[in-house]
Design a protein around this ligand. Structure first.
Ligand code: FAD
Ligand code: NAP
Length: 429
């Protein structure tokens, strides 16, 4: 079996294939990066070390004798769908959702208007983004969206570089964070506190920031009606408690705003402001503008309004749902999908486990009674194309080099190596 992508969905799929299959099974996990774990490595915030430790569970799957990790292999450039179907009994696509959703407002493409995907990739040391990409040389920043990614981004901006010193943030990025001139961060939701997507635990953490006062306007914290799920009630309570407290002069200030939608990012050469319109819900429950405007004097706008998947060459894709159409994970004969590519960019890491298990149940039921295991390993084809996959042992060497780097810098357990070249140098002599 081939699993494409080594994020949580890919690795849980590999695990489910081994556990659920009554027959012997071998699974190749093909990954475009030299490193496994997808967003666990390049998404989960660096200061959320206990969540990051889920990698210790995922690594045990890659260490199963039935499973092989092949890093640095990209579906679409190194291999086609036909190549995969010619070498495996079945293929499961688990390539996640790696680009940002657009706001569709004027000024969105100005320098200083940044997708959260890029910013997160930056502080997580993703090889697609140069560590020199961002300079935090503005005193006010707006973050659009009130989901958990927005909360992560806000927290990283509000903390001091010292707070993040023991994390795996790349050293050049830590330097940029140390030089940050940010004084005020505005997190902006287009609906009310009762509609915010962040979860209670993540929200509470913002109130505990030693370096920032968290402010909510009392009029924006008002919520009508009361029959909300417990999580939402918790969010409302926390936000209302913040509305009742005064700032105490901490170096940074975080304003959590509601009922404001972005209408234009202002500026000529670069971002100079964000124009917002006050909103309300229409009778049908849609967000509508009230014609009342306000401008935030920000030099940077971080758009954190959700991720989306990209089509894989030769694989069906719905431009409406931005996912791969499937029935319980089945795409076409011998082709399957799991994770964010299957259901869209929602849910926590654990959600991908049950999702992958469903796909694997479908796959194994479809393959029952069919001849399996007749095809040649993919290795010869990859070698003919000059592709030398990064092995699991080579990934361990990258990890060891990251631990060594942390030791040499007097930082925590590891510091990310940035760039494909640095990673390959660390694992190949
Ligand atoms: C910024 C951020 C922070 C998050 N923090 C948390 C958190 O703290 N706790 C939590 O529970 N959940 C968190 N989540 C959600 C969680 O990360 C996702 O539920 C999960 O990662 C989705 O898994 P996936 O395998 O579908 O996608 P991904 O994790 O994105 O994995 C996809 C993998 O496919 C690879 N790939 C892509 N294209 C190709 C290709 N063409 N060929 C080969 N390989 C390819 C990618 O490199 C990647 O490794 C966070 C999400 C984001 C965006
Ligand atoms: N610690 C964690 O557990 C953690 C951390 C990070 C991410 N995650 C998970 O990863 C998933 C993705 O998170 P996410 O934050 O990217 O997405 P999300 O939860 O879907 O939040 C997106 C936010 O953007 C807003 N938005 C969308 N379009 C907008 C527009 N045009 N204008 C203004 N605002 C707009 C949404 O508002 P509306 O509601 O009004 O549409 C919402 O507030 C979630 O399931 C999340 O829980 C978990």
């Amino acid at each position: 079996m081939a699993v494409i992508g080594s994020g949580p969905a890919g690795i849980y799929t590999a695990e489910a294939l081994v556990k659920q299959s009554a027959e012997d099974v071998r699974v190749d996990v093909l990954e475009r990066l030299p490193t496994p774990y997808g967003l666990v490595r390049y998404g989960v915030a660096p200061d959320h070390t206990s969540i990051k430790s889920i990698a210790n569970y995922l690594r045990r799957v890659l260490e199963l004798p039935e499973v092989r990790f092949l890093g640095g292999v990209t579906l679409g450039t190194d291999l086609s769908v036909d190549d995969l179907l010619g070498h495996y009994d079945a293929v499961v696509y688990c390539t996640g959702a790696m680009v940002d959703r657009k706001l569709g407002i004027p000024g969105e493409d100005l320098p200083g208007s940044v997708a959260a995907t890029d910013f997160v990739n930056w502080y997580c040391g993703h090889p697609d983004v140069d560590p020199g990409r961002f300079t935090l040389d503005t005193s006010e920043i707006a973050v659009i969206g009130v989901g958990n990614v927005a909360v992560d981004v806000v927290r990283v901006l509000a903390k001091t570089a010292d707070d993040l010193r023991s994390t795996d943030v790349p050293h050049d990025v830590l330097q940029r964070l140390a030089e940050s001139e940010v004084k005020a961060i505005h997190m902006v939701g287009r609906r009310g506190p009762e509609h915010a997507k962040f979860t209670l635990k993540e929200l509470r953490e913002l109130g505990d920031l030693a370096n920032a006062d968290v402010c909510v306007r009392p009029d924006e914290a008002v919520v009508l009606g009361g029959d909300f799920p417990r999580q939402v009630q918790g969010n409302i309570k926390v936000l209302q408690s913040w509305a009742a407290r005064e700032p105490i002069g901490r170096p940074r200030r975080l304003d959590v705003r509601f009922w404001l939608r972005p209408v234009e990012i202002l500026g000529t050469e670069r971002v100079e402001g964000l124009k917002l319109e006050r909103t309300r819900l229409s009778e049908e429950g849609r967000v509508v503008g009230t014609g009342e405007f306000e401008t935030l004097p920000v030099g940077m706008v971080l758009r954190s309004v959700g991720y989306q998947s990209v089509p894989l060459p030769g694989v069906p894709f719905s431009e409406r749902t931005m996912t791969v159409p499937n029935e319980a994970g089945r795409v076409r004969d011998r082709e399957y999908v799991a994770g964010w590519l299957k259901r869209g960019p929602t849910g926590v890491i654990g959600t991908n486990k049950s999702d992958a298990a469903e796909t694997v149940r479908t796959l194994l039921a479809d393959l029952e009674g069919r001849e399996r295991g007749a095809s040649e390993p993919i290795d010869t084809l990859l070698a003919e194309r000059g592709v030398r996959p990064v092995t699991y042992e080579e990934w361990l060497a990258i990890e060891a080099a990251e631990a060594e780097l942390a030791r040499s810098l007097g930082r925590g357990e590891r510091v990310k190596l940035v760039g494909l070249e640095a990673m390959l140098r660390a694992c190949r002599v």
